[in-house]
Design a protein around this ligand. Structure first.
Ligand SMILES: Cc1ncc(COP(=O)(O)O)c(C=O)c1O
Length: 444
């Protein structure tokens, strides 16, 4: 049965993902339509979507008929053929386009269905590289406490988030070594930048030596971290990590699943740091969420020794998803959405900075159209803001027609890259009101 547009109750037979039963009982909003930066629920209520579909993929905004047309055309032409021992035109074209826009020497690509699978494939590719070079003992991956890299087996094992998502699945794939995140606002090492001398990065060397450098395959990290809320490390951080990887023959995997395709005002987040990754992962903005797609890219040096990449998903290198991604990237280029993300990002952050006058707003930060307000109950000691209070702010915003989300102790924002000043003003005004109301309820 095709979807009919009829009104439905919020659960029926559908299992919602990462949604507590308690939450379901309160009632779930069913979204039915999107146009530009706005979405509409089945009662016709309109929302300004400040988080691009909440998981943040919808870079080009809603209602792009030309992506639908590209998908339709490709389905009519060739809906599917195996990624193994055969190729298809959209996947090859997409790899060609990505070779032009990805950072530095990233030149070779394979496609999967989402970000978790991209991380999975990247970790496997790193292992293949070492294996075919005869370095078969390297299996460990360094990840960071707080990191989010997805929920499949390998991705789950490098998940460092405080959300209890890994723990219930333990034991996961062994071999992940966790190091600290560069979270300057609440430094895990209790130091202050720049006097800290970037201890969070320098400390990694001690851990590499302890773990045996000859056993370490890769370091994985998001260029700007989701955890704690749109968190860019100090400029020197990635230089130090890159040079450690070089010293010990460790591959550097940069996870661009959120940052890629313009989210931070550049094509890829790593471009803010001027380092060369060995492998990158991507998803979300690659297809703006219109169809499922993820990808992995690597340098010639990484792929050159790999005689065969023993990886196969039925839907790998999928022609329809790749056709959608090609059209999506064409739109990003044609409408200069990277520049818009950069310019509107500056404007948005200026607006958010004005909210630092609130007693509970510790820091407004971000890059491009990925921003956050780190909240605190005590600006002096940066005490964490209670999660139920953050959820209350988010619920207030939703009632006023604005969709935002939480990340750590922060409110996080990642609007479609098409957003304009008027919509940003509207959003900042609502956020301001919601924080004011929450503070009043807290007696502040
Ligand atoms: C940096 C990063 N890597 C990987 C993933 C997993 O992607 P997906 O949810 O598409 O599997 C995410 C999801 O948010 C992410 O933020």
């Amino acid at each position: 049965m095709a979807t009919t547009g009829k009104r439905m109750d919020y659960t029926s037979h559908l299992i919602l993902q990462r949604t507590a039963r308690e939450r379901v009982k309160e009632g779930i909003t069913v979204m039915t339509k999107g146009e530009g930066v706005r979405v509409f629920d089945q009662d016709g209520k309109s929302y300004l979507d400040l988080v691009s579909g909440v998981t943040r993929p919808v870079h080009v905004g809603y209602g792009r008929k030309e992506i639908a047309q590209a998908v339709y055309d490709q389905i009519c032409r060739l809906p599917y053929f195996t990624p193994m021992q055969f190729s298809n035109i959209p996947a090859m074209e997409l790899a060609e386009v990505l070779a032009e826009i990805t950072p530095g020497r990233i030149n070779n690509f394979t496609f999967v269905c989402d970000g978790s699978e991209a991380v999975e494939a990247a970790i496997k590719l790193a292992k293949h590289y070492h294996h075919f070079k005869g370095d078969k003992k390297r299996y460990k991956v360094i990840s960071r406490r707080g990191a989010y890299h997805g929920v499949t087996g390998g991705a789950l094992s490098v998940l460092g988030t405080v959300l209890p998502m890994r723990q219930i699945m333990d034991p996961v794939v062994p071999g992940t070594v966790f190091v600290e995140s560069p979270y300057c606002f609440r430094c895990p090492l209790h130091l202050t930048y720049p006097d800290c001398d970037i201890a969070c990065a320098k400390d990694i060397e001690r851990i590499i030596e302890f773990e045996d450098p000859g056993q370490i395959s890769a370091f994985i990290g998001e260029p700007i971290q989701q955890a704690f809320g749109a968190l860019a490390p100090p400029q020197e951080y990635w230089d130090i990590v890159r040079s450690m990887c070089d010293t010990y023959g460790i591959l550097l995997i940069i996870d661009e699943v959120i940052c890629g395709f313009g989210r931070t005002g550049k094509w890829f987040g790593v471009e803010h740091f001027d380092i060369q990754p060995d492998i990158i992962t991507m998803a979300k903005g690659i297809s703006s969420g219109y169809v499922p797609l993820g990808g992995v890219g690597c340098t010639d040096e990484v792929i050159e020794p790999v005689e065969i990449f023993l990886h196969i998903h039925t839907y790998g290198n999928h022609p329809v998803s790749c056709a959608a991604a090609l059209k999506n990237i064409e739109i990003i280029k044609r409408e200069n959405l990277i520049i818009n993300a950069y310019e509107m990002g500056i404007y948005f952050l200026e607006g958010l900075k004005t909210l630092e006058s609130h007693p509970t707003v510790g820091e407004a930060r971000g890059k491009g159209l990925w921003t956050a307000l780190d909240l605190t109950t005590d600006k002096k000691n940066r005490a964490p803001f209670p999660l139920d209070r953050i959820m209350s702010i988010i619920n207030r915003a939703k009632k006023k027609g604005l969709i935002i989300k939480t990340m750590g102790h922060a409110l996080e924002f990642a609007p479609p890259l098409i957003i304009q000043k008027g919509e940003i003003d509207e959003a900042v005004k609502i956020i301001d009101e919601c924080i004011t109301e929450e503070e009043r309820d807290m007696g502040l």
